[in-house]
Design a protein around this ligand. Structure first.
Ligand SMILES: Cc1ncc(COP(=O)(O)O)c(C=O)c1O
Length: 426
């Protein structure tokens, strides 16, 4: 009776797959896995449970899963050069929750990046942090909006750790969703140690850049804990990670935060592709991350040359995979992102620093990420062409869909992977 509907679902998925290969995806929080990583999805792992750690499971029958999970833990530590790795969170938000639930209490204050300042919703009152405390302070920004005002931040930390403070500042969360420049980890690490504040660094967006040594290594710079997603600049399956060099007794808290605190089973289908992506990043990560940053800068420069208001121009636009553009002169982020999508150029509208949160439905900005198109092999020359297409679409009001399809056709192979090398068991 429902056979028709089954076909329909299959057809919808097929249509999406075909369409996506014709589009320029510039969503900064997404990426594509290699074919070899995808090939190990949908295996029998999908059906199984594996609570606890490899070798210490509650259920029987997990031997092969244990092998893969132990490899993932080992190579995550090797890639990020750290003592502890928690690989069970099923997303960045889930990783955040596992950590926040252990360190954030109702009687303490937390210092975070504001939403217009680039902070993620999980850091805020409406998100994960807000479940554990209502005392949420925001980092002061420099006038350009893309850097923390360190002097003012230090002053704020002193004030909120004084003897008379009712809700002492005990947790600091760096890292952003609109993330163009390094965070002041070194500048704030010593005061955090002195005042007994846990310094958490949310690397959801830039994990792949850290893996490729193209961005600040927050743990080396003094962060206590690094949380991340594994599917933005790190081109893996949708999961989360927690990394740290903290003493074992504190790490135990996170271990329990991950399981049983915020998950039981941990979506085992995505574990083998994570292992494969890790090996890809160990082998090709540096070349990939370097090219991502070069491409983002090139796109910023070319959009600027066309007359777009690219943010942070005086700082070279960006040091990550992202750029931000003020499109208020073209009707705002909502209109511009829809116009581009109608031409198969996909990105998201975004609040810019100092805009009010109420403007979220039509903010001044768009956020652009180049990590996915870089994975398909695009370089600076292609960024120049993407800027031309965006100019024609937004400034000249032209339809560029056919040009997008023709251009994208030339970039179908997933680079920085082992896709072109057959498996010896095939
Ligand atoms: C800074 C930051 N942290 C956490 C997350 C949440 O990650 P996930 O979507 O994997 O839950 C995001 C998502 O974009 C993010 O930008």
């Amino acid at each position: 009776m429902y056979e028709e509907q089954v076909c329909e679902v299959e057809e919808i998925v097929g249509r999406n797959n075909d369409w996506r290969l014709r589009t320029l995806n510039l969503i900064a929080s997404e990426n594509v896995m290699s074919n070899r990583a995808r090939k190990v999805m949908g295996s029998d792992f999908t059906h199984r449970y594996a609570e606890g750690h490899p070798g210490e499971r509650y259920y029987q029958g997990t031997e092969y899963i244990d092998e893969v999970e132990a490899e993932v833990k080992k190579y995550v530590k090797a890639l990020f050069n750290c003592a502890h790795s928690e690989v069970r969170p099923v997303s960045g938000t889930n990783a955040n929750e596992a950590v926040f639930s252990r360190f954030v209490r109702p009687n303490i204050a937390v210092l975070v990046n504001s939403t217009p300042g680039g902070g993620h919703i999980s850091h805020h009152r409406a998100g994960s942090v807000g479940k554990f405390t209502q005392h949420i302070l925001e980092f002061p920004l420099t006038p350009d909006g893309y850097h923390t005002d360190v002097e003012k931040a230090l002053d704020l930390i002193h004030r909120h750790t004084s003897r008379w403070t009712k809700f002492p500042l005990k947790v600091l969360i760096l890292g952003k969703s609109l993330f163009l420049f390094p965070e002041p980890v070194r500048e704030l690490a010593s005061i955090c140690r002195e005042k007994d504040i846990i310094l958490i660094y949310d690397a959801a967006h830039i994990l792949g850049l850290i893996a490729g040594k193209a961005f600040q290594d927050a743990l080396t710079e003094g962060a206590d804990i690094l949380v991340a997603s594994t599917h933005k600049t790190f081109p893996g399956p949708q999961r989360g990670l927690i990394l740290s060099n903290m003493p074992g007794n504190l790490w135990q808290r996170i271990d329990r935060g991950a399981f049983p605190g915020s998950s039981s089973n941990h979506h085992l289908d995505t574990l083998p592709p994570l292992a494969i992506t890790l090996y890809e990043m160990l082998e090709f990560g540096e070349a990939y991350a370097r090219q991502i940053v070069k491409n983002a800068k090139a796109l910023g420069k070319n959009l600027d040359a066309h007359g777009f208001k690219v943010e942070a121009k005086e700082f070279g636009y960006t040091e990550t995979h992202q750029i931000a553009v003020d499109v208020s002169g073209f009707g705002g982020g909502a209109l511009v992102s829809v116009k581009l999508k109608d031409n198969d150029i996909i990105l998201n509208m975004n609040l810019l620093p100092f805009e009010s949160v109420e403007r979220s439905v039509n903010p001044a900005g768009i956020r652009i990420g180049v990590q996915e198109m870089t994975r398909f092999g695009m370089k600076e020359k292609e960024m120049e062409y993407i800027a031309d297409l965006m100019k024609e679409c937004i400034m000249d009001g032209k339809t560029v869909k056919e040009e997008v399809t023709a251009f994208r056709k030339k970039f179908q192979r997933i680079e920085y992977s082992f896709d072109d090398r057959p498996c010896r068991f095939d």
